[in-house]
Design a protein around this ligand. Sequence first.
Ligand code: 5AD
Ligand code: SF4
Length: 447
Amino acid sequence: MTKNLFIKTYGCQMNVYDSQRMADALAPQGYRLVEQPDEADLVVLNTCHIREKASEKVFSELGRLNRIKMNREAEGGTLVIGVGGCVAQAEGAELIRRAPYVDMVFGPQTTHRLPEMVSRATRGTEKNGIIDTDFAAAEKFDELPAPTGTNRSSAFLSIQEGCDKFCTFCVVPYTRGAEFSRPQNDIILEAQTLVDQGVREITLLGQNVNAYRNNGIGLADLLENMSQIDDLKRIRYTTSHPRDMDDALVAAHGTNEKLMPFLHLPVQSGSDTILRAMNRGHGVDRFFDIIDRLRAARPDIAFSSDFIVGFPGETDADFEATLDLIGRIEFAQAYSFKYSPRPGTPAADMNDQVPEPIKNERLAALQDLITQQQKIYNASHIGSHTSILFESAGRNENQYIGRTPYNQSVHVTGDATLLGTVRQVELTISKSHSLEGRLIESAGATI
Ligand code: 5AD
Ligand code: SF4
């Protein structure tokens, strides 16, 4: 019998990957994905704990789900509610105390046990909610079934979980646990399965993906071995830490043709004082040195980053130093956040918390600068010819959307045969977040 499953995903790409694997794991029990919670027999919220706002969203969504559940039960039906991901990991039993109608609470590393939890929950014999928040990363990757039913040209593949770095603002080391890297063979097999299903671009994921190391194999080796998969056209990886940007990986950007010339490398701040207080383990000079070496290896490489404004103790001068760093690098894009104190992290208890109005001002100024840079970056590509991997249909008729090697979205007029192919395009119009282009019919493209 088919049953309906609704999964809502919050937060990072690792959660997007985990949600897909949850759907794969539940398929043998007859669950198929639906678009709305009110059509579902089982709802899973895959949650994010990184900032307060992300966490609070979960509780308002749970309130809505409880209303659906009560209506359903009044009509003699049922709705099973599961909460997974990082809020579940951090809150555990507390979550069920706060929301007693939740049937299952499970962490990011117990998704492989979801089918068994669901069987127990649907039997209706459990008196209390089911809680499973072990750190079982190795077991999770071993036991999850191979990905199925992919009809996309671009896919995520998690190769590394967790973090040992303990930046003073961050909950990840507590919610995702210690660094764990999957064996290379498992990764290559999963990549091959995805490529057999039509995937042409794989983004390798990890909280600290460039800390990947398993059995003496580092990320540069893994990238080299993955690039041997015929029909895999493009490889990316995210998110990286400057401390783990080793020489082999920098060199790979110059030699591995399938590795796309785009790197998301979070720096968080342009002030050495703040970087030290954040326990980032490197200063501003080291960051510039990495950027210089990457540009030497691959002159056209585009950069993206993450920034936090209003970290405790951040002065006007510290913030100016961040703007100065942005000005010197010229990012193709960047994400920025107001510092959000997270329970249990060292920075939450630091003196000199920055008042909210100042955080707002700094965020606005930083985002203005980034938008300006992004516009300049996109405009600099007008008139150029580039390869685009087409991934989806656009909103307008005959409109298709793909990405350049530099991760820019491009809208092109064409037909559905473009999907899943890499084609040469002339870029014609630029906007701050995307570009428009025109197919160059005769030319083929390989990357
Ligand atoms: N407050 C604000 N931003 C944060 N990030 C992580 N923790 C916090 C926090 N407590 C940001 C960092 C990180 C990105 C994923 O989220 O910039 O790189
Ligand atoms: Fe968090 Fe720092 Fe680890 Fe990134 S490196 S996940 S910011 S602790």
